[in-house]
Design a protein around this ligand. Structure first.
Ligand SMILES: Cc1cc2nc3c(=O)[nH]c(=O)nc-3n(C[C@H](O)[C@H](O)[C@H](O)COP(=O)(O)OP(=O)(O)OC[C@H]3O[C@@H](n4cnc5c(N)ncnc54)[C@H](O)[C@@H]3O)c2cc1C
Length: 331
């Protein structure tokens, strides 16, 4: 095997070094990511990539290094946004002006088929299918307004992505790769009321163009003891994690019995009507090497976070993710 050569990009930040370094430190704290300080500069490690600030006279050099060209684009976009929000511009040596935003793959709809009573499965086909569902389980589906030709987000001269706005604004829900091969990706949509995504799934036809961006989000947590809790929206992610983990795993799913599909025959899976009650009643394991993963309505995720902290789990021992709904509304 040949070693993977990192992709790189450089730029100049017109700023006194103190201000730029303080902005990067604050962002690393906010994102809870690693920061390494050396005599020459300050490096933030994120997404398997790095962003380094190197004071250079009256300016600051910025260096990006990433395992994929896509991640260089993502870093350029986020760094430009971050520093511009503090009034500091970056002059990048190279920007792919006019290109589709990094990570966006334009695919073709193969079909939409019923999977269980409340889920449909969508298959998309395209050259970039293989990179989805690798390292991260999720992606964003970009849905143009009905009746309008899609306007896809593209890279501007400053390195930032320009997203279509107004009448052309895209709906951008997050979904999970349920299955895939070299040239196709499947995902499962839970059918619920007032859903632009369900409306899209009802009216798309084989051959229609579809944009997906990613991959992004988490992967299966590595822990000897893994406990998974989720509603219908988390069912595809839990199914993937059950297939990926080698640990002692148990899962609780809040969904109708007939929507469990193949998981109904998995002895590690229990169905429930109340995820928070299931969480309170479950044996969450003991010791350091355990992880509790919870995803569902935002309010339920917030309550789960509180009860896991009260149960003594550390921040690294649990995930409590809002998969839908507003944080301050009632579940
Ligand atoms: C990391 C991640 C992975 C996800 N994976 C999947 C997946 O694989 N499959 C899947 O089906 N969903 C998944 N979801 C959830 C999905 O993104 C949301 O349900 C999203 O709101 C769907 O967009 P929409 O167009 O249907 O509705 P939106 O336009 O977002 O919302 C429209 C209305 O529908 C309501 N709504 C949204 N979701 C639900 C629901 N589940 N039940 C009842 N009402 C709802 C909203 O509160 C709002 O009132 C995932 C979410 C995240 C964060």
């Amino acid at each position: 095997m040949f070693p993977v050569r990192p992709h790189r990009s450089t730029g100049i930040l017109s700023s006194a070094s103190g201000a730029a370094l303080a902005i990067l430190r604050a962002r690393a704290t906010e994102w809870e990511v690693e920061l390494a300080e050396t005599p020459g500069g300050l490096t933030m490690h994120v997404w398997g990539s790095s962003l380094t600030l190197i004071p250079d006279g009256s300016a600051v050099r910025i260096e990006l290094s990433a395992p994929e060209a896509r991640l260089i684009g993502v870093l350029q976009d986020s760094a430009t946004e971050l520093f511009e929000s503090h009034g500091l511009g970056i002059h990048w040596d190279n920007v792919d002006v006019g290109a589709l935003t990094p990570g966006l793959a334009l695919m073709r709809v193969v079909g939409v088929t019923p999977r269980t009573p409340r889920f449909v499965r969508v298959r998309l086909q395209g050259e970039q299918a293989a990179r989805f569902g690798q390292g991260s389980l999720h992606f964003r589906l970009l849905i143009p307004p009905q009746g309008r030709p899609p306007q896809w987000p593209r890279v501007a001269a400053n390195g930032r992505t320009v997203w279509p706005e107004g009448a052309d604004a895209l709906h951008r829900p997050v979904y999970t790769v349920a299955d895939q091969a070299a040239d196709w990706v499947d995902f499962d949509i839970f059918r619920h009321a007032d859903s632009p995504t369900c409306d899209w799934a009802c009216q798309v036809r084989p051959g229609d163009q579809a944009g997906i961006i990613g991959p992004g989000g988490g992967w299966c947590p590595e822990a000897a003891t893994l406990r998974l809790f989720g509603d219908e929206t988390a069912l595809p992610a839990i199914a993937r994690m059950l297939a990926l983990t080698r640990g002692d795993v148990r899962a609780w799913l809040r969904c109708a019995p007939e929507d469990l599909g193949d998981l109904a025959n998995d002895p590690r899976v229990s169905r429930c009507d109340d995820l928070l009650a299931a969480l309170d009643g479950a044996n969450l394991g003991t010791g350091e090497d355990r992880h509790v993963w919870f995803a569902g309505h935002a309010q339920a995720a917030r309550q789960a976070r509180q009860s896991l902290v009260q149960a003594g789990l550390t921040r690294r021992q649990f995930t409590a993710a809002a998969y839908w709904g507003q944080p301050d509304s009632r579940a």
